[in-house]
Design a protein around this ligand. Structure first.
Ligand code: SME
Length: 162
């Protein structure tokens, strides 16, 4: 019997794609596809990238995603679970979105959510957001997988800046 967990298999698949990725954009697109397809409780998977324009409020802009179109294509840092993760620089896991007043609804089916910041050069550059139709879908193992994905993207973004 195999002792490798499903999440560990998916992590290996993503590591292989990351090793061959030619750009952060390419990696983000492939990652959303793999996570959405292979992690069956990940019903919406997408990136928001932080835009900082001089004289304008910083904004999270929707990037590569898989799942239904969301009404939230641009999110200010003081709004939503997405804003909370980006402004604190910390992973946010919400087991029951209906009991979190910060939550901005994307789909009425969403029950739980995880948002993991992406760092490049020591600063938040964006985040990976995943919604599930299942209550408390994100375990410690899921969190480790999603944080690993965010780190791979951060590494590529840093290479681009270097
Ligand atoms: N639920 C997020 C908004 C993004 S959608 O889930 C895709 C939030 O509360 O920030």
């Amino acid at each position: 019997m195999s002792t490798t967990s499903h999440a560990a298999e998916v992590r290996n698949e993503i590591a292989e794609v990351a090793a061959l990725a030619t750009s952060a954009e390419h990696l983000m697109t492939e990652m959303t596809k793999i996570l959405h397809q292979r992690m069956t409780r990940y019903n919406w998977v997408g990136f928001y990238m932080l835009e900082r324009a001089a004289g304008e409020e910083p904004m999270l802009a929707l990037g590569a995603f898989q799942g239904a179109m969301t009404p939230h294509t641009r999110i200010p840092l003081n709004q939503g679970i997405c804003g909370a993760a980006a402004s604190s620089g910390k992973t946010v896991v919400v087991d029951d979105v209906s009991s979190d007043s910060r939550y901005l609804a994307c789909s009425i089916e969403t029950k739980s959510e995880i948002v993991v910041p992406i760092f490049a050069g020591g600063e938040v550059a964006g985040e990976l957001d995943i919604d599930s139709h299942f209550h408390a879908a994100f375990t410690a193992e899921d969190r480790a997988l999603v944080e690993y994905c965010a780190q791979l993207v951060g590494n590529l973004l840093e290479q681009k800046r270097a």
